[in-house]
Structure formats: C-alpha cells, structure tokens
Design a protein around this ligand. Sequence first.
Ligand code: AMP
Length: 175
Amino acid sequence: METISDLLRRSIRDVPDFPKKGIIFKDITPILGHAPTYKRVIDELVSRWGPRKIDQVVGIESRGFIFAAPLAYAIGAGLSIVRKPGKLPWETIRETYQLEYGEDGLELHIDAVGPGERVLVVDDLLATGGTAEAVGKLVARQGAELAGYAFVVELAFLEGKRRLGAGQVDSLVTF
Ligand code: AMP
C-alpha cells in the first residue's frame, strides 16, 4: 500500500502567491474531496493518537476543525474549538501572537479543557508554529495536560517544531 506521506504528496495542491505574493499555499481541499484519501488521513490520525488516552481534541479555526472533529469522534474524545477573537459566545481566555505584520489572537472557552484532562491540539498545517504555540498556552493556562500536537502537513524549513518544545509533535507529511 502507498505510504500516507506519498499519498499526501500527490494529493496536496501547491498554490503559488496565495494569499499573497511569495507564499506557496498548501491546499488540502483535494484530500477532502476524495473519499478514500480523506478516510485514510483520518484513520492514520486515529491509529497514531487513539492509543494515547486523549480526553479532549482541540481544533484550530478553521481548517483544523476538518481533521479534529472526525478524530475526536473516532477516539472517543471531546471536541473543543479555538477561534478568532469575538467568535466564541461565552467567557473566553485569549492569547495573542506575532504575525509577519502586526499580531493576531485566538480564544478558547474557559470551560473547554481543565485539570486532569489530556489534550491534543490539531491543525491542518504547521508553519512557523506561532498559531499552535498560542493554543498550547491556552490549554496550559486552563491547567490541562498537553498530550501533543497533530498536523497533517509540516513545513519543516520554517522550524515550527522547535518552537513547540520537547512535547509530542506529529505530522503525516513533511515538506
Ligand atoms: P504558523 O502559525 O506559522 O505555524 O501557521 C500555521 C497556520 O497558518 C495554520 O492554521 C495553517 O492553516 C496556516 N498556514 C500557514 N502557512 C500556510 C501554507 N503555506 N499553506 C497553507 N496554510 C498555511
């Protein structure tokens, strides 16, 4: 059988200069639109993280949700969502992080995760790691245990993994 890495290499579409000049956007929509590929990706995440006793899966807006939700369902974990500021209706905590120009923020409901829970943070892609690092801080601030980070794609040359520290960081394909 084809490896997950090879399957993803030929499924992900590179879109040059999106959303701005100089960025090569990794478009994951061909994975989603092809039923056997989407299933294989979710099954792979389930086999890697299912045995690790995860209580809550935290998905990052918005492409993280696409992988976090079926993973949480399949491994019997809860699903929590991290969103851009102002989107979550109830009380939240917020982390801000630096972008190339300016800063951005992410929020989590205060009761989404808590002490005694093992949490897995999920996003579609790891680039510089700024986004995932901010989410890790949100989880830690709530007293939950950060079990790891799961990504479909990792852009290794941006060294995001280093930023996420010594914990478990796993991706299905690395460029
Ligand atoms: P970063 O905080 O730099 O690790 O960026 C990760 C976030 O930005 C993820 O939510 C990705 O979906 C998105 N992202 C960053 N770079 C790319 C890229 N080249 N292609 C697709 N998505 C990207």
